[in-house]
Design a binder for this molecule. Structure first.
Ligand code: MTE
Ligand code: MO
Length: 445
């Protein structure tokens, strides 16, 4: 094994709150299956050479009738809105041990390691607020469309919701996701390395419909500006081609219900494939214009520094990327034998076409299974059967999208972009499985 080439996470992160909580998660959480319950599940997998222990004879969990079999259960949920089981209390959004937080300028990360399939439950969707969140009264909320239009138009929520709607599954990823890894900070878990990523079914009206209703001049008006109703001045330029494609939505729905306040209730822009900052929340105004606005969040922030200190040309598409979510940093493999390596892949340029997985740090690759549905600019779940021999292993995933683009290694990415960026890190992630079964975040030099 190539452990000589591995740089481990610096000690200061081992002292941080995150790793203690991670240890708690690994010992008590549902992910305990990697240690305990998993052994029973693995026994069913025919290919397992290493036999899982049979349940002890006289197992009280089988022989004694529990209260839930003999007693009367709970009545219907009294407050009318369901909550997760108390045994899932570890599955939470978390603030990173590696980031300074202020009350209003904050970020919480989605627990990717605990999720299945491709949809992020709304209560676990990551949050990024530049100036805090609001619970805005929808009866008072307005959306104005102005600029290069025949007549400026103002929509109420009722008017918007009367229009024909579409529902589409898309990922949203903050441009700063995985940002700390540029400098090899190695935060401990995939929640912190990749958790500024979520995926929902969004419902709303295509923005092009509203522009047509306002009589937008699509010849001259090749850009729109999106403005939110909070105090963050997060105005962003969106090219008209994207709007004309019909993909940009003025959305009020998320996973079958209204958006959550922290995700922009009652209205947000959905800009598939584009970094999260353009998905303006609390959307209150769309202006049609003939050139980009060059606002602060497309000139000062969300641009990358090149190795020589100059600014890279402004980019907004989230390039093809993937991450293994189990096993991943902070988890512990109980025993040798069968594991299903699971992860997520996505691309801002279309569909994911292939994901390869390596268990030896990129020397050998095997094609993973893509679980359907595989959708445009949406998370795609992949998995690969793996028998762990108890020796150190370096787990990696490498995604490819329909444009033919292949996710780069750190060596390739840094060769072009250096290490001074915060944004747009889509390099291949490596998890080291130690002989003890502990999984660590490492980067191969
Ligand atoms: N009005 C408004 N829109 C906003 C933001 C904000 O602070 N205010 N944050 C942006 C950023 S940087 C990101 S990554 C996404 C985060 O969306 P989420 O909080 O729903 O995950 O919203 C974007 N839209
Ligand atoms: Mo962001």
């Amino acid at each position: 094994m190539q452990t000589g080439r591995v740089r481990k996470a610096p000690e200061n992160f081992l002292d941080a709150a995150g790793i203690r909580q991670v240890n708690t998660e690994a010992k008590q959480g549902r992910r305990d299956f990697l240690r305990g319950a998993f052994a029973a599940a693995a026994a069913g997998a025919a290919a397992v050479a290493h036999a899982a222990p049979a349940p002890a004879e006289g197992d009280p969990d089988i022989l004694q009738a529990p209260e839930h079999t003999t007693g009367l259960g709970q009545p219907v949920v009294t407050d009318g809105y369901g909550k997760p089981s108390k045994y899932e209390a570890n599955v939470q959004r978390r603030q990173s041990p590696g980031l300074t937080q202020t009350r209003q300028a904050s970020v919480s990360f989605a627990p990717l390691q605990s999720l299945f399939g491709i949809v992020t439950p709304s209560g676990l969707h990551f949050e990024r607020h530049h100036q805090g969140w609001w619970d805005i009264d929808p009866s008072k909320h307005r959306l104005m469309v102005n600029g290069l239009v025949k007549a400026a138009k103002v929509f109420t929520m009722d008017e918007l919701m009367r229009l024909p709607s579409v529902s589409r599954f898309h990922f949203i990823e903050c441009g700063a996701n995985t940002g700390m890894e540029w400098g090899n900070v190695a935060v401990p878990t995939c929640q912190y390395t990749h958790g500024m990523l979520s995926c929902s079914e969004f419902t709303g009206v295509p923005l092009i419909t509203l522009l047509q209703m306002a009589g937008a001049d699509l010849k001259k008006g090749r850009f729109v500006l999106a403005e939110g109703a909070d105090g963050s001045s997060m105005t962003r330029t969106i090219p008209m081609e994207l709007v004309e494609s019909g993909q940009v939505l003025v959305a009020y729905g998320q996973n079958g219900e209204m958006l959550r306040p922290e995700n922009g209730y009652p209205l947000r822009l959905v800009v598939p494939g584009v970094q999260g900052v353009s998905w303006v929340k609390y959307l209150r105004r769309i202006e049609v214009g003939d050139q980009p606005w060059a606002t602060k969040d497309e000139t000062v922030h969300y641009v990358d520094l090149m190795p020589d200190g100059t600014h890279r040309q402004y980019t907004s598409i989230q390039e093809c990327k993937s991450v293994i979510t189990t096993p991943s940093g902070g988890q512990v493999l109980m025993d040798q034998g069968f594991y299903s390596i699971n992860g997520l892949a996505w691309s801002g340029r279309g569909k994911v076409t292939q994901v390869d997985v390596s268990t030896d740090g990129g020397r050998n690759w095997r094609a993973a299974r893509l679980q359907g549905p595989v959708m445009d600019k949406c998370l795609t779940r992949f998995s690969l059967d793996w028998t762990w021999d108890g020796k150190p292993a370096l787990l990696q995933s490498r995604a490819r999208d329909e444009s033919g683009y292949v996710q780069p290694s750190y060596r390739q990415l840094r060769g072009v972009r250096g290490t001074r960026s915060i944004y747009h890190n889509n390099a291949i992630q490596t998890w080291l499985v130690e002989e003890s079964g502990e999984v660590k975040n490492v980067q191969l030099g």
